[in-house]
Design a protein around this ligand. Structure first.
Ligand SMILES: *Cc1c(COP(=O)(O)O)cnc(C)c1O
Ligand code: SF4
Length: 319
């Protein structure tokens, strides 16, 4: 994580990007910091401002524009937070914000305005959150999220894993992580052992938006995770200029399956301020998914979904 690129000059120099984009990149990076792991930067084609991986991490001037309909908390997380980092919005499962840190800063992130420092289950908050989980036997699944739960040390994950294993009604521990993709070295022997040691079933939902992200080193670590007993699923975000065409979606599903991962969700963008340039409207998204479904087996077509405040589940959009 220390080797990540965090300043605009280094990013432009390393990837030989056109300097005309630099002043805007600097301004946008002041709103939400630049963070690109070195290994992820190595998967980006140098000199190509349209590279689909670069688009996800390059701060653009458009982020500084405000647009009606794009606010600070698009999914109502702030309203459902009881203060200890446990978000219980849906029946049977709750999401534990374990940390605010991510290995990468995705420009479209719906949590770019979320005050992680104040909301994650650090220190004494974790004890409160675990007590709430133990007291509610409707909670069959706990989702470790963030930020990214793989920003935590294996020791910290073990504290959480053991507590959940000791809670009989928790049948599944799910982890939502993009670190596994952008920094595959994080899937170390200790983490593999953590997965293998769990009483509860482990589900790892990775976050891959484009087939080019699945470099050989990533696939190798995913294979090790799966061998340890984890069920692997993928969630992606539909992003203009990154993966909003049929061939990109088909290639992504094929590459995921080849790596032992099932496509799960394709999320419509959460409408937070500074991300409007990534939006694909619902009509075009549905048409795109029809074209994908026309050429892939059904099990390789992710569910196109949108999260709206107040809903009892993610809303699957008609295709
Ligand atoms: C997305 C989400 C979940 C998980 O939803 P699934 O449909 O089970 O993947 C759970 N809790 C919160 C707060 C969420 O945002
Ligand atoms: S890894 Fe996930 S939470 Fe972190 S910046 Fe990217 S989209 Fe946001």
């Amino acid at each position: 994580m220390r080797e990540a690129i965090t300043d605009v000059d280094t990013l432009f120099h390393t990837l030989a990007l056109p300097v005309t984009y630099k002043p805007a990149a600097r301004r946008a990076a002041q709103l939400f910091g630049l963070r690109v792991p070195a290994g992820y930067a190595a998967r980006i084609r140098t000199g190509d401002i349209d590279d689909p991986l670069l688009r996800q991490v390059l701060p653009l001037g458009a982020e500084t524009e405000s647009k009606p309909g794009f606010g600070a908390d698009a999914v109502g997380d702030l309203a459902s937070d009881a203060g200890d980092g446990l978000l219980h919005k849906y029946h049977g499962r709750a999401l534990l914000i374990t940390t605010g840190a991510c290995a990468v800063h995705c420009r479209y992130c719906f949590r770019r305005h979320f005050d992680y420092g104040a909301h994650h289950a650090g220190g004494s908050h974790l004890r409160e959150a675990l007590a709430r989980i133990a007291a509610d036997d409707t909670l069959a699944e706990i989702i470790l999220s963030g930020g990214d739960p793989l920003s935590l040390t294996n020791e910290r994950l073990t504290v959480i894993g053991k507590a959940l294993d000791a809670t009989p009604h928790v049948a599944r521990i799910r982890m939502h992580t993009r670190t596994a993709i952008v920094l595959p070295e994080r899937i170390d022997d200790g983490l593999i052992a953590w997965v293998a040691a769990r009483r509860a079933r482990v589900v790892v939902v990775i976050h891959v938006n484009h087939a080019q992200e699945l470099a050989p080193g990533v696939v190798e670590r995913l294979t090790a995770l799966k061998a340890a007993g984890a069920t692997l699923l993928n969630q992606a975000v539909l992003l203009a200029g990154v993966n909003d065409d049929r061939d990109s979606q088909v290639a992504l599903s094929e590459a995921l399956f080849a790596a032992g991962v099932m496509p799960y969700y394709l999320h419509l963008l959460d409408r937070v301020a500074g991300v409007h340039h990534f939006e694909v409207d619902e009509t075009r998204a549905a048409a795109l998914m029809r074209s994908v479904a026309a050429v892939l087996p059904g099990y390789l077509v992710p569910k196109l979904a949108r999260e709206l405040p107040g809903d009892s589940a993610k809303r699957v959009v008609g295709v």
